[in-house]
Design a protein around this ligand. Structure first.
Ligand SMILES: [Zn+2]
Length: 359
């Protein structure tokens, strides 16, 4: 089983320079190879098979960085091509930009040249870099991706191969409705319903972000203060992303720890629209990320994740008697079933209907 662990890195100045070179070279070789592939295809209608080694003579500065960083850039490019050929809607591989693309490079463990010792990680070509490991792992390091975010913090994501654990089966089943005022509403087969609120600190951070964005928009272009303001906005964005991720990880862990069968609605453009309209106060509500986490955690723990058909009328049917009432506008949050008289809360009712799909 492969699992990634992400930690903060604290490189010294020399190491920061080295990382900047690696980011730059990985981006450079990617773009160079992409551009040559495009030209070659225009001329010959054939795909060019190029490798980083062919470029080292012409661009000797690339010799200073980890050659695996370049090999991984090549692999990324090939993956981007493969994805494009598999599904044209993904789009043709794009050139990487210094400002818009993520600054990162990947290197591989070869014969133990990457290892963690005394709060430091040993990396090819640069030696030991300080890291803060808030949790440890068991297993063999396969590869590492070093990255820098917009506010200049460094991270390392370590891919680890570990023995498969035999999953512990549990009994419970749960239905999850993704909500608007609450992030998610769940009902399990014991009839326990829970509303999981969006974390309050998120709203606070959101307010601060808006303030920082306003202040940035007032700064003159090219002015000294503009960069400062931009950095502030980037930091607020990161804070929100971290708070949201933290919340989603806790919730997806709890749900996959406690339940054997998990039913969730399929995200469609329709409910993303409702998400966009009504949940925009907290920005992207993180539904996609939440479903992604439920997917991989279910896989790790041997759970069954069922995605309801996108046309499954989870909010139109009475969960008590099965009477189908037809579509209801989003502002209708509760009603009494005209057939059996049961009082229905829209989100709880939907989570119960989703639970009914658990086998
Ligand atoms: Zn009813």
């Amino acid at each position: 089983m492969l699992k990634a662990y992400k930690y903060r890195l604290y490189p010294n100045e020399e190491q920061k320079n080295y990382f900047a070179n690696c980011f730059g070279c990985a981006r450079f070789i990617y773009n160079q190879m992409l551009s040559d592939k495009i030209d070659h295809y225009k001329e010959t209608k054939q795909m060019l098979n190029n490798t980083p080694a062919q470029y080292k003579e012409a661009f000797p500065f690339m010799k200073a960085v980890d050659s695996l960083a370049l090999a991984n850039a090549q692999q990324n490019l090939e993956r981007a091509y493969k994805n494009f050929f598999r599904d044209k809607s993904i789009g043709f591989p794009k050139f990487k930009s210094k400002h818009r693309s993520k600054a990162s490079y990947t290197t591989n463990n070869q014969g133990g040249n990457i290892r963690i010792e005394d709060g430091k990680i040993k990396l090819p070509k640069i030696g030991c870099v300080k890291l803060v490991q808030h949790r440890t792992f068991q297993g063999k390091i396969k590869s590492c991706t070093i990255s820098m975010n917009k506010s200049g913090n460094y991270f390392i994501s370590i891919l680890v191969e570990s023995a498969d654990e035999t999953p512990q089966l549990v009994e419970r089943k749960i239905g999850i409705d993704l909500g608007i005022s609450d992030f998610a509403i769940t009902t399990n087969d014991l009839g326990e319903t829970e509303k999981h609120k969006n974390p309050k600190p998120l709203y606070k951070s959101e307010k601060k972000l808006k303030k920082a964005q306003r202040s940035l928009s007032l700064k003159q272009k090219g002015g000294k203060n503009r960069n400062k303001a931009r950095l502030k906005v980037a930091k607020k964005h990161e804070k929100i992303a971290n708070q949201r991720k933290d919340f989603l990880h806790k919730l997806s862990k709890k749900i996959t720890d406690e339940n054997q069968v998990i039913v969730i609605e399929t995200l469609s453009s329709k409910n993303l629209m409702k998400n966009h309209k009504l949940a925009k106060s907290i920005g992207d509500a993180g539904w996609y990320e939440f479903v992604r986490q439920l997917e991989y955690k279910s896989k790790q723990k041997g759970r069954t994740l069922i995605k309801a058909d996108r046309f499954y009328p989870s909010s139109q049917v009475c969960s008590s008697c099965g009477h189908r009432d037809g579509k209801k506008p989003l502002n209708i949050r509760e009603w009494d079933c005209p057939t059996c008289g049961e009082y229905l809360d829209r989100d709880i009712n939907a989570s119960k209907n989703l639970l009914a799909l658990a086998k």
